[in-house]
Write a protein that binds this ligand. Structure first.
Ligand code: ATP
Ligand code: MG
Length: 234
């Protein structure tokens, strides 16, 4: 088994004294190269905090994270930024598109060589965004914004895609399409995909499901036969 990322004993504490919150309280896990991992847990259980640590958005207060054998939990800001750029695609619930850039410019943001422009165009086509490529985020529906964020993650060629509630802000059908696209990124493009969600049923499409509670992982289950996203209902 090829391990892409390994986290050991992660701690994250917000605040101090009486009001301190252990958002992560000793989290250890491996993320396998090419797997589709779903993270479940109730609100406040630490899912977004975990994703932010793994993606190098923030540093843990304890424990360590190794990506491809390299320790990233103690990198300085510059090192963390470089790590994120090179290795991580983020899909946030709030999309994080840049308002001043068009759809195409947003998607091309992480594609930095000239040959990548073909990938950008192909990706826009694939996600049904070609007609919107010159629009700005404010001119798009929520689903179109989400697809733009996914296109950017795909065109960026990062190995690890971290998705925080990718269907949260969308209607059912659009949410389902997003899951189908994330599944394709994993199954067809070999990306490692981590999806954080509140929706239990979404766990059925995963290779593994990880459950969190009170800053801890309480269960990890393997699905021998993941259900195609197309067939999942919630
Ligand atoms: N920046 C912060 N400052 C203080 N406390 C925080 C901060 N971020 C998160 N927390 C606290 O850490 C805990 C874990 O939060 P986190 O956002 O990781 O939960 P979550 O599982 O993603 O929840 P949700 O499903 O609602 O998104 C919560 O108790 C939260 O209040
Ligand atoms: Mg969250």
């Amino acid at each position: 088994m090829d391990v892409l990322l390994r986290a050991e004993g992660l701690m994250k504490i917000y605040g101090a004294g009486q009001s301190a919150v252990k958002a992560l309280n000793g989290v250890s896990l491996e993320i396998r190269r090419g797997e589709l991992l779903v993270v479940l847990g109730s609100s406040g259980s630490g899912k977004s905090t975990l994703l932010n640590m793994l993606g190098g958005m923030d540093r843990p207060d304890g424990g360590r994270i190794r990506f491809g054998g390299k320790e990233i939990s103690r990198l300085n800001d510059r090192g963390l930024t470089a790590y994120r750029r090179k290795n991580i695609g983020f899909i946030f619930q709030s999309f994080n598109l840049i308002a001043e850039l068009t759809v195409k410019e947003n998607v091309a943001l992480t594609a930095d060589t000239s040959q990548d422009i073909h990938i950008v165009e192909h990706t826009l086509e694939m996600l049904g965004l070609k007609e919107k490529q010159n629009s700005y985020p404010a001119q798009l529906s929520g689903g179109q914004q989400q697809r733009t964020a996914i296109a950017r993650a795909l065109a960026g060629r990062s190995d690890l895609l971290l998705c925080d509630e990718p269907t949260g802000a969308l209607d059912y059908e659009t949410g389902k399409q997003i899951l189908v696209q994330l599944e394709a990124l994993s199954r067809q493009h070999g990306k490692t995909v981590v999806i954080v969600t509140h929706t239990q049923e979404i766990g059925k499409m995963a290779d593994r499901v990880l459950r969190m509670k009170d800053g801890k992982i309480i269960e990890i289950t393997e699905n021998d036969q993941p259900v195609p996203a197309e067939r999942i209902e919630w």
